[in-house]
Design a protein around this ligand. Structure first.
Ligand SMILES: [Zn+2]
Length: 87
């Protein structure tokens, strides 16, 4: 079964906008364990880990982290879309 890296980014969005969701957290953690290159490619692995621990620790993600993640994700998704369109 192929790993769906696009779904991971969608899960990151869910984590950003929602509460700590155990199934979402588990999916992200599993993906980072089995497909770390894609998270590393986004350059947000450490940020996601921090986000997970903060969210699941009951704290709000700081706005600076949220802004940074939003920028990285938007950039990544845009690049992916362009590559997909041209391919
Ligand atoms: Zn992946």
């Amino acid at each position: 079964m192929e790993l769906d890296c696009t779904a991971v980014i969608a899960d990151v969005w869910l984590m950003l906008d929602g509460e700590c969701d155990e199934s979402t957290r588990a999916r992200l953690q599993h993906h980072m364990d089995t497909c770390s290159p894609c998270i590393e490619a986004y350059g947000i692995e450490e940020k996601i880990k921090g986000l997970l621990s903060r969210k699941c620790g009951g704290d709000r993600a700081p706005d600076s982290l949220r802004d940074r993640l939003t920028l990285e994700i938007r950039k990544s998704v845009t690049v992916t879309r362009i590559e997909t369109t041209e391919a």
